[in-house]
Design a protein around this ligand. Structure first.
Ligand SMILES: [Zn+2]
Length: 352
């Protein structure tokens, strides 16, 4: 199957026939709950405990996921080096894709395997040591291994800088697979490196190859993700496939560990609001279990999509939105530039 060959890509085909798709929940936090020791790389379990990784994928598929992400978020050479596994990039990523492929193919439904590619952990030039060429090579090594293992699409996630997005996306051109781009808007409605939803839409339109879908994952909770999807939909225009993959609540430190405490009911509300906001691919990130995902499946399957929610509805159902993400609802907000332009009337008021 090839993105540019005669056979249509599995994700493209599903998007053409379904109004929305359910992506899976968290990999990392669920593997920790299954016994992965603190400080151990989840990706090493593809080789050490493949049956546990397979079981998690299978539980998500049984909960109704149309898309499962591979256990390869930290599978670049730079991240694996922290665990002395940088010489096993190919083996780890290829195996991650094979395990997910097997789980996806264990059901009668068509389930997409998305090859997860997270940040390298290094800053790109000019702020850090990683050149665009080196970053592209690092991502390409991972992308090719995920493609060999049977991924249908490459899924770059939790990215934060323009250079990181450019490197990850151009790396996917070394494979026949399409690419999806999701950023984490975790800093007052923008990424750590200052990209807000409007700027992401502008950036994605310029990328080569052109991403099949873009959106947001992880971050600071479901309310913020839905607010960012409202902005992203306005900036991306009708027809663009958007992805929402929110954490299961706002991360909190409890007894030295990060906890996510959203209920399945809250994640069901989140799924409905994300759909109303304009997302067509909806899933969960950190903390989202198969139980949460089942509630999201049911919520989406029984929901008639409505108008994009206003900020009060999002806050009432899901919690607080940051001032930065709220800017979108200002009457002076310009979705094209992503900034609030002060009106002449406002400027005159301020002078008085
Ligand atoms: Zn997350």
């Amino acid at each position: 199957m090839s993105a540019n060959g005669s056979t249509k890509n599995r994700l493209q085909s599903l998007l053409e026939t379904r109004p929305y798709l359910l992506a899976d929940g968290a990999i990392g936090t669920n593997l920790f709950a299954m016994g992965l020791p603190t400080g151990h790389a989840p990706e090493l379990w593809n080789l050490e405990q493949p049956e546990k990784v397979a079981l998690l994928h299978k539980n998500f598929v049984e909960a109704g996921a149309d898309i499962v992400l591979t256990n390869s978020f930290g599978g670049t050479r730079h991240r694996l080096k922290l665990h002395n596994a940088e010489d096993h990039v190919s083996e780890i990523n290829e195996t991650a894709a094979r395990i997910a492929r097997q789980a996806a193919d264990s059901t009668d439904r068509d389930v997409v395997v998305a090859g997860s590619m997270g940040p390298t952990g290094e800053l790109f030039a000019p702020l850090g040591p990683l050149s665009l060429e080196e970053g592209t090579a690092v991502f390409a090594e991972q992308a090719r291994a995920l493609a060999r293992g049977g991924a249908d699409v490459l899924w770059t996630e939790t990215l934060s800088s323009r250079e990181e997005v450019q490197a990850a996306v151009s790396a996917t051109a070394t494979t026949p697979l399409p690419v999806v781009v999701t950023l984490s808007f975790d800093t007052n409605g923008s990424t750590m490196m200052g990209i807000n939803p409007s700027r992401l839409a502008t950036l994605c339109r310029e990328l080569a190859p052109h991403p099949l879908a873009w959106g947001t994952n992880c971050g600071v909770g479901a309310a913020e993700v839905v607010a960012c999807i409202v902005s992203l939909a306005a900036a991306s225009g009708a027809g663009q496939v958007l992805v929402a993959k929110a954490n299961c609540g706002v991360p909190q430190w409890v007894d030295g560990a990060i906890r996510y405490d959203a209920t399945p009911e809250l994640m069901a509300d989140y799924a409905r609001l994300a759909r109303d906001a304009g997302a067509r691919i909806i899933g969960g990130c950190c903390g989202t279990t198969p139980t949460h995902l089942r509630a999201m499946r049911q919520a989406l399957d029984t929901h008639a999509p409505g108008e994009p929610p206003d900020s009060a509805t999002i806050t009432n159902k899901l919690g607080e939105i940051s001032a930065g993400a709220k800017q979108h609802w200002s009457p002076d907000f310009d979705p094209a530039s992503g900034v609030v332009k002060r009106s002449r009337r406002r400027q005159a008021q301020e002078r008085n």
